[in-house]
Design a protein around this ligand. Structure first.
Ligand code: KIV
Length: 292
């Protein structure tokens, strides 16, 4: 029996583009997307064959330990984007515009979006909001920068939304989200994230748009799915949203590995002979003659 191998998918894979996103929707093929914030994770995702990697502002919570996404800055986002760009060569790379990097003026939004491509190595940007972002989306796409929209639960607006809660649950709220999605499509978005909305609404919006929707807690009717990688791997132990499917329990795996290491050091089982650099006997004798 041959040894099973993990497909690396890497060397032959073509670069995924925004056009490929659109074509996947037309062919009825689901788009896969996960977040990454560092080089090794980006490399593993890319080799596994992911369509797209989002350097999400969820970085603030799952990597930097903040309570919400508001404190993360442009400089911090760009720092992590560069690490991801060094690790992933084929996936479509999307940089998440942080709070207050696109809300003040259209000019600032366009300049900051440009920095994600020029300084962060990203292929596209994502920003949160509906009709109120149409002008910024037009300006950014006008500069040749692909934009992914994000509606429903928009974490940068938690103070307005009253916390991390599902959106679009009444007919009126759902109608507003349908309208926002259509406006964002018309403004030039190549795709839209739908976060934490009823499955039926996710499916309805996906049907109404010709650009692909990427759902997170928005049901199976979306054109693609995204999750926060730290939730998928069980790395973020503070809380896990209901819509997450956990594929591993790395937090506890990590804790166990650290405890084993500590025990090995304390009991002097580590380092063993095989972890130690050898010295030639002749050289050793010479040294002893020199220093005693
Ligand atoms: O910041 C993020 O990771 C996101 C995804 C949850 C869509 O915006």
């Amino acid at each position: 029996m041959s040894t099973p191998t993990i497909s690396t998918g890497a060397p032959t894979r073509k670069k995924v583009t925004t056009l490929a996103f659109r074509q996947k929707k037309e062919r009825g093929e689901a788009i896969s997307m996960l977040t990454a914030y560092d080089y090794p994770t980006a490399m593993a995702l890319d080799r596994a064959g992911i369509d797209s990697i989002l350097v999400g502002d969820s970085l603030a919570m799952v990597v930097l330990g903040y309570e919400n996404t508001l404190p993360v800055t442009m400089e911090e986002m760009l720092h992590h984007c560069r690490a991801v760009a060094r690790g992933a060569k084929s996936a479509l790379l999307i940089g998440d515009m942080p709070f207050m990097s696109y809300q003040v003026s259209v000019e600032e939004a366009t300049r900051n979006a440009g920095r994600f491509l020029q300084q962060g190595g990203m292929d596209a940007v994502k920003l949160e909001g509906g009709h109120e972002r149409a002008e910024a989306v037009r300006s950014i796409t006008g500069a040749g920068i692909p934009v992914m929209g994000h509606i429903g639960l928009t974490p940068q607006s938690i103070n307005q939304l009253g916390g991390f809660r599902a959106q679009g649950k009444t007919a009126l709220a759902a109608k507003r989200l349908v309208e926002d999605a259509l406006i964002l499509e018309e403004a030039g978005c190549f795709s839209i994230v739908l976060e934490s909305v009823p499955g039926r609404l996710g499916e309805l919006i996906s049907r109404k748009l010709s650009i692909p929707t990427i759902g997170i807690g928005a049901g199976a009717g979306c054109d693609g799915q995204v999750l926060v990688t730290h939730d998928v791997l069980g790395l973020f132990d503070r809380f896990t949203p209901k819509f997450v499917k956990k594929y591993a329990d790395f937090h506890h795996e990590m804790q166990k590995a650290f405890a084993d290491y500590i025990e090995d050091v304390e009991t002097k089982r580590f380092p063993a002979q095989e972890h130690t650099v050898e010295m030639d006997n002749k050289e050793w004798e010479l040294l002893l003659q020199e220093v005693g």
